[in-house]
Design a protein around this ligand. Structure first.
Ligand SMILES: [Zn+2]
Length: 280
């Protein structure tokens, strides 16, 4: 079985000291694809650097998170967009993310004007480059789903989708994907989402370094947590872990266009003869 973590913040300070170990442990656990999501310009640059360091295993998503719209540096949005354009043909860059709106963060119950402006510009960058968009939509999911058709975004991933459940048929109709993470083990609402969403529209994530409760209480979040998430999904869907893992792996390859990840294990020498051929 191969596993994936489609949404983690590996450029975060919390991973800085042990990034090699975290990525190596993921590899050992067969978590073969990681997408390092950015929060701002700085982590966009760092995510690209990480992707260059672990090619074919760790990919980068660049963008500005709605939580960071309060503390933007001069030109930060434009510089981030320029970085996306500059790397649009770089195979290590697989999405624009994490971008979005958060109505719970502004204090007013609505996304701020700056959030709206930055999100608009990020969506335009996704449109122009043809890159998928990884979207944070806390408290604003209906608003975002309503506005998305006015952009020509190739692929949409609603990260940690929680509610309203009534949007699920629209999400499926439009071919959007959602990711779910460790809360699949212990949050009723998330387990209900998983029950309702087809496996063909679902991927796994950890959103590390976010910390979790339940069986993950007091544990440092790593990509290896997705193994438990796959197990929880299999239990909810009343199927096997391998059916879940295989479908989610295929979703990951299709969504991010990373065919190379399929052959990665050959490069690692799991298939000896192929490794031998590579040496010629
Ligand atoms: Zn995130």
């Amino acid at each position: 079985m191969r596993f994936i973590d489609a949404h983690i913040h590996l450029a975060d300070e919390d991973y800085a000291q042990n990034i090699e170990k975290v990525v190596e442990e993921a590899k050992q656990a067969n978590v073969v694809g990681l997408v390092a999501n950015a929060m701002d310009l700085n982590t966009s640059r760092k995510s690209l650097e990480l992707a260059a360091k672990f090619p074919g295993h760790l990919y980068a998503a660049l963008g500005i998170h709605p939580w960071n719209t309060k503390k933007l540096q001069p030109n930060e949005t434009q510089d981030t967009i320029d970085l996306i354009y500059k790397n649009a043909q770089n195979s290590n860059l697989v999405a624009v993310g994490e971008i979005g709106l958060d109505s719970t963060y502004s204090g007013t119950g609505e996304p701020t004007e700056v959030q709206n402006q930055v999100f608009h510009q990020m969506l335009l960058a996704a449109e122009k480059t043809g890159l998928p968009a990884i979207i944070h939509s806390r408290g604003a999911t209906s608003q975002i789903v309503e506005m998305l058709p006015s952009y020509k975004i190739s692929k949409v991933l609603l990260h940690w989708f929680s509610q309203p459940h009534s949007l699920i048929p629209t999400i499926v109709d439009r071919g959007y994907y959602i990711t779910e993470g460790p809360t699949a083990l212990y949050v009723k609402g998330i387990r209900e989402v998983i029950e309702q969403i087809p496996l063909t529209n679902l991927m796994t994530e950890t959103d590390g370094p976010v910390r979790f409760r339940g069986p993950f209480k007091d544990k440092f979040t790593t990509p290896c947590f997705v193994l438990s998430v796959v197990e929880a999904i299999a239990e909810i869907k009343e199927t096997t872990k391998s059916v879940v893992a295989d479908q989610i792996f295929n979703n990951f390859v299709d969504f991010f266009g990373v065919e190379g990840v399929r052959d990665k294990r050959h490069d690692e020498g799991t298939v000896g003869s192929i490794k031998g051929n590579n040496g010629l």
